[in-house]
Design a protein. Structure first.
Length: 222
Protein backbone atom coordinates (compact mmCIF):
# COMPACT_ATOMS: atom_id res chain seq x y z
CA UNK A 1 0.00 0.00 0.00
CA UNK A 2 1.43 3.34 -1.05
CA UNK A 3 2.25 5.62 1.86
CA UNK A 4 0.49 9.01 1.87
CA UNK A 5 3.00 11.87 1.50
CA UNK A 6 3.69 14.11 4.47
CA UNK A 7 2.45 17.69 4.30
CA UNK A 8 5.99 18.89 3.64
CA UNK A 9 6.30 16.48 0.71
CA UNK A 10 2.87 17.56 -0.53
CA UNK A 11 3.94 21.24 -0.57
CA UNK A 12 7.20 20.42 -2.35
CA UNK A 13 5.39 18.34 -4.99
CA UNK A 14 2.82 21.06 -5.68
CA UNK A 15 5.20 24.01 -5.70
CA UNK A 16 7.98 22.31 -7.68
CA UNK A 17 5.60 21.12 -10.43
CA UNK A 18 2.46 23.28 -10.21
CA UNK A 19 1.36 22.57 -13.80
CA UNK A 20 0.96 18.87 -12.91
CA UNK A 21 -1.75 19.70 -10.38
CA UNK A 22 -3.70 22.47 -12.13
CA UNK A 23 -4.63 23.63 -15.63
CA UNK A 24 -2.04 26.38 -15.97
CA UNK A 25 0.13 26.08 -12.88
CA UNK A 26 -0.67 29.67 -11.92
CA UNK A 27 -0.23 31.22 -8.50
CA UNK A 28 -4.00 31.43 -7.93
CA UNK A 29 -4.54 27.79 -8.87
CA UNK A 30 -1.63 26.58 -6.74
CA UNK A 31 -2.61 28.59 -3.67
CA UNK A 32 -6.25 27.50 -4.05
CA UNK A 33 -5.17 23.84 -4.26
CA UNK A 34 -3.11 24.15 -1.08
CA UNK A 35 -5.85 26.09 0.74
CA UNK A 36 -8.47 23.52 -0.26
CA UNK A 37 -6.29 20.67 0.94
CA UNK A 38 -5.81 22.44 4.27
CA UNK A 39 -9.57 22.88 4.67
CA UNK A 40 -10.11 19.16 4.11
CA UNK A 41 -7.27 17.90 6.30
CA UNK A 42 -5.63 19.04 9.49
CA UNK A 43 -2.34 20.66 8.52
CA UNK A 44 0.09 23.16 10.10
CA UNK A 45 -1.55 25.94 8.02
CA UNK A 46 -5.22 24.99 8.44
CA UNK A 47 -7.77 27.59 9.57
CA UNK A 48 -7.38 28.30 13.27
CA UNK A 49 -3.60 27.97 13.24
CA UNK A 50 -1.26 30.91 13.74
CA UNK A 51 0.01 30.63 10.15
CA UNK A 52 -2.10 33.43 8.65
CA UNK A 53 -1.02 35.94 11.32
CA UNK A 54 2.59 34.80 10.92
CA UNK A 55 2.59 35.49 7.16
CA UNK A 56 0.87 38.87 7.55
CA UNK A 57 3.15 40.14 10.29
CA UNK A 58 6.35 38.85 8.68
CA UNK A 59 5.43 40.81 5.54
CA UNK A 60 4.28 43.93 7.46
CA UNK A 61 0.60 43.45 6.59
CA UNK A 62 -2.36 43.96 8.94
CA UNK A 63 -3.46 40.57 10.25
CA UNK A 64 -6.96 40.74 8.72
CA UNK A 65 -5.55 39.84 5.29
CA UNK A 66 -5.38 36.33 3.84
CA UNK A 67 -1.92 34.76 3.54
CA UNK A 68 -2.39 33.95 -0.16
CA UNK A 69 -3.09 37.61 -0.97
CA UNK A 70 -0.11 38.74 1.09
CA UNK A 71 2.33 36.43 -0.69
CA UNK A 72 0.93 37.35 -4.11
CA UNK A 73 1.27 41.09 -3.47
CA UNK A 74 4.85 40.58 -2.24
CA UNK A 75 5.88 38.60 -5.35
CA UNK A 76 6.93 39.91 -8.75
CA UNK A 77 5.21 37.15 -10.74
CA UNK A 78 3.52 33.75 -10.43
CA UNK A 79 6.77 31.76 -10.44
CA UNK A 80 8.23 33.84 -7.63
CA UNK A 81 4.93 33.69 -5.78
CA UNK A 82 4.78 29.89 -5.87
CA UNK A 83 8.39 29.69 -4.69
CA UNK A 84 7.51 32.08 -1.87
CA UNK A 85 4.54 29.89 -0.90
CA UNK A 86 6.82 26.88 -0.58
CA UNK A 87 9.56 28.71 1.31
CA UNK A 88 7.10 30.41 3.66
CA UNK A 89 5.23 27.22 4.55
CA UNK A 90 8.39 25.18 5.01
CA UNK A 91 9.94 27.88 7.18
CA UNK A 92 6.80 28.07 9.29
CA UNK A 93 6.72 24.30 9.80
CA UNK A 94 10.39 24.23 10.78
CA UNK A 95 9.88 27.07 13.26
CA UNK A 96 6.72 25.45 14.65
CA UNK A 97 8.74 22.43 15.68
CA UNK A 98 10.73 24.51 18.16
CA UNK A 99 8.66 27.63 18.95
CA UNK A 100 5.28 28.11 20.60
CA UNK A 101 2.61 30.41 19.13
CA UNK A 102 3.75 33.50 21.03
CA UNK A 103 7.34 32.94 19.93
CA UNK A 104 6.25 32.40 16.31
CA UNK A 105 4.46 35.75 16.26
CA UNK A 106 7.42 37.48 17.87
CA UNK A 107 9.73 35.91 15.27
CA UNK A 108 7.49 37.26 12.49
CA UNK A 109 7.51 40.75 13.98
CA UNK A 110 11.26 40.71 14.58
CA UNK A 111 11.93 39.71 10.97
CA UNK A 112 9.54 42.17 9.34
CA UNK A 113 10.47 45.49 7.75
CA UNK A 114 8.42 47.75 10.03
CA UNK A 115 10.07 51.02 9.10
CA UNK A 116 7.40 53.52 8.06
CA UNK A 117 7.94 56.60 5.93
CA UNK A 118 6.22 59.97 5.99
CA UNK A 119 3.13 58.78 4.03
CA UNK A 120 2.46 56.05 6.58
CA UNK A 121 2.90 58.50 9.46
CA UNK A 122 0.48 60.93 7.83
CA UNK A 123 -2.09 58.20 7.37
CA UNK A 124 -1.81 57.16 11.02
CA UNK A 125 -2.46 60.76 12.05
CA UNK A 126 -5.43 60.93 9.66
CA UNK A 127 -6.81 57.60 10.89
CA UNK A 128 -6.61 58.78 14.49
CA UNK A 129 -8.33 62.07 13.65
CA UNK A 130 -11.03 60.15 11.79
CA UNK A 131 -11.86 58.07 14.87
CA UNK A 132 -12.23 61.16 17.04
CA UNK A 133 -13.91 63.29 14.35
CA UNK A 134 -11.20 65.97 14.49
CA UNK A 135 -12.26 68.25 11.64
CA UNK A 136 -9.22 70.54 11.75
CA UNK A 137 -6.68 67.72 11.47
CA UNK A 138 -8.67 65.79 8.86
CA UNK A 139 -8.99 68.87 6.63
CA UNK A 140 -5.26 69.51 6.86
CA UNK A 141 -4.37 65.97 5.77
CA UNK A 142 -6.71 65.24 2.84
CA UNK A 143 -7.09 66.23 -0.76
CA UNK A 144 -10.00 68.56 -1.38
CA UNK A 145 -13.39 66.86 -1.61
CA UNK A 146 -16.85 68.46 -1.66
CA UNK A 147 -18.23 65.80 0.68
CA UNK A 148 -15.38 65.86 3.18
CA UNK A 149 -17.79 66.69 6.03
CA UNK A 150 -18.75 63.01 6.07
CA UNK A 151 -15.33 62.30 7.53
CA UNK A 152 -15.83 64.20 10.78
CA UNK A 153 -19.58 63.83 11.27
CA UNK A 154 -20.85 60.99 13.46
CA UNK A 155 -17.62 60.36 15.36
CA UNK A 156 -17.18 57.42 17.74
CA UNK A 157 -17.62 57.85 21.50
CA UNK A 158 -14.20 58.70 22.97
CA UNK A 159 -13.87 55.39 24.84
CA UNK A 160 -14.56 53.42 21.64
CA UNK A 161 -12.28 55.66 19.56
CA UNK A 162 -9.43 55.17 22.04
CA UNK A 163 -9.76 51.39 21.90
CA UNK A 164 -9.94 51.33 18.09
CA UNK A 165 -6.96 53.66 17.87
CA UNK A 166 -4.95 51.37 20.15
CA UNK A 167 -5.79 48.37 17.96
CA UNK A 168 -4.87 50.30 14.80
CA UNK A 169 -1.55 51.49 16.23
CA UNK A 170 -0.58 47.89 16.98
CA UNK A 171 -1.06 46.88 13.34
CA UNK A 172 1.46 47.54 10.55
CA UNK A 173 0.75 49.63 7.47
CA UNK A 174 1.92 48.07 4.21
CA UNK A 175 3.04 50.15 1.24
CA UNK A 176 2.06 48.13 -1.84
CA UNK A 177 2.71 50.64 -4.65
CA UNK A 178 4.88 53.67 -5.26
CA UNK A 179 5.10 55.84 -8.36
CA UNK A 180 8.41 56.22 -10.17
CA UNK A 181 8.67 59.87 -9.15
CA UNK A 182 7.95 58.99 -5.51
CA UNK A 183 5.00 61.38 -5.32
CA UNK A 184 2.26 58.77 -5.01
CA UNK A 185 2.00 55.72 -2.78
CA UNK A 186 -0.71 53.17 -2.10
CA UNK A 187 -1.03 51.57 1.31
CA UNK A 188 -3.01 48.84 3.05
CA UNK A 189 -4.08 49.52 6.63
CA UNK A 190 -5.99 47.57 9.25
CA UNK A 191 -9.76 48.04 9.26
CA UNK A 192 -10.06 49.22 5.66
CA UNK A 193 -11.49 46.97 2.92
CA UNK A 194 -9.47 48.69 0.20
CA UNK A 195 -6.08 50.24 -0.42
CA UNK A 196 -5.66 53.99 0.14
CA UNK A 197 -3.66 56.45 -1.95
CA UNK A 198 -1.51 59.27 -0.63
CA UNK A 199 -0.12 62.02 -2.86
CA UNK A 200 2.71 64.49 -2.33
CA UNK A 201 1.32 68.00 -2.85
CA UNK A 202 3.44 71.10 -2.22
CA UNK A 203 5.93 68.99 -0.24
CA UNK A 204 3.19 67.61 2.04
CA UNK A 205 1.61 64.17 1.94
CA UNK A 206 -2.16 64.20 1.56
CA UNK A 207 -4.65 61.34 1.90
CA UNK A 208 -6.92 60.74 -1.07
CA UNK A 209 -10.07 60.10 0.96
CA UNK A 210 -12.38 59.57 -2.04
CA UNK A 211 -12.89 55.85 -1.36
CA UNK A 212 -13.56 56.46 2.32
CA UNK A 213 -16.09 59.20 1.58
CA UNK A 214 -17.73 56.97 -1.02
CA UNK A 215 -18.01 54.15 1.54
CA UNK A 216 -19.57 56.46 4.13
CA UNK A 217 -21.99 57.81 1.54
CA UNK A 218 -23.13 54.25 0.76
CA UNK A 219 -23.46 53.42 4.46
CA UNK A 220 -25.52 56.55 5.13
CA UNK A 221 -27.89 55.78 2.27
CA UNK A 222 -28.35 52.11 3.22
Amino acid sequence: MKKEPTFIEFIEYICNRPSMYSLQGSFNETSAFITGYSYAKKTPISRGTVFNRFVCLKNSFPTNYDWTYVIKICSENDDEGITNIKNTILEFIELSNRLNEEELIQFAINNADLKEGEPEKVFREFDNALLFGNKKIIQSLILENDNADLLWNGKYPDSVAEKLNELSNNQPIKRIKESEDGKSVEIIASGWPFSIELLLKNDKWKVNADKIIELRTENNSA
